[in-house]
Write a protein of this length. Structure first.
Length: 220
């Protein structure tokens, strides 16, 4: 495990081929990083974990897998756990990785999410998933979230423009209490249930589309 002194929120950049990414944000003055093979019994996972570089400088934590040697066979999967200060920003790119974010984060940008995707709280989210349900507890700003197959659920959205897209799955959004909101929704095969409160000056703009699924929006 690597540790770095980080008295303020940081930016984290993650580039791994596949596996799991776990982010734990809390009020703390340091950042801890652990990289393990997704399956310790698989040689390629062990090698992949050994080749992940972890560096920190100028407020940016970089976690990057080696790119050489891919022609020799498929890349392994790794499990990355980062414990970092609350309010930190995250940018990740993977071929397909699960994401679990605990605590309050800043902006989250994640390309290549897969299967299990859950974020407790974020200032903003820009996420693309190849397959899997996407769940966000509290969204404090704008978002652009898409998944090829799976449900999208935002428990509480506080404002901004929120764009949600899935090819096959349901979409549900809750507008924070006291927030005026508007919905622009479309589904080819499904129902739309709009129970948002709109006072004529919406602070939350929701755009939701699905080919097969229901869309539900309500004020909390």
């Amino acid at each position: 495990m690597r540790r770095f002194d980080t008295p303020d929120p940081i930016s984290t950049v993650v580039e791994i081929p596949a596996g799991r990414v776990r982010l734990i944000a809390a009020d703390r003055g340091d950042t801890a990083v652990e990289v393990r093979p997704a399956n310790a019994a698989k040689g390629r996972d062990v090698r992949a974990a050994e080749q992940v570089a972890v560096d920190f400088g100028d407020g940016v934590l970089r976690i990057k897998a080696a790119t050489g040697g891919r022609a020799l066979g498929p890349a392994g999967s790794v499990e990355v756990t980062v414990k970092l200060p609350a309010g930190s920003h995250v940018k990740a790119a993977t071929a397909g990785a699960e994401l679990r974010a605990v605590g309050r984060l800043g902006d989250v940008v994640f390309d290549g999410a897969y299967r299990h995707i859950k974020i407790d709280e974020a200032a903003g989210v820009h996420l693309t998933a190849t397959d899997g349900d996407v769940e966000v507890g509290r969204l404090n700003g704008s978002a652009d979230i898409s998944t090829m197959r799976g449900d999208i659920r935002i428990t509480e959205a506080a404002g901004g423009k929120v764009v949600l897209r899935t090819q096959s799955g349901d979409i549900s959004v809750g507008a924070a209490a006291g927030v005026s909101a508007v919905l622009d929704a479309g589904t080819a095969y499904g129902r739309i249930d709009n129970a948002l409160k709109n006072d004529g000056a919406p602070a939350l703009d929701i755009r939701a589309t699905t080919s097969h699924g229901d869309i539900t929006a309500r004020s909390l």
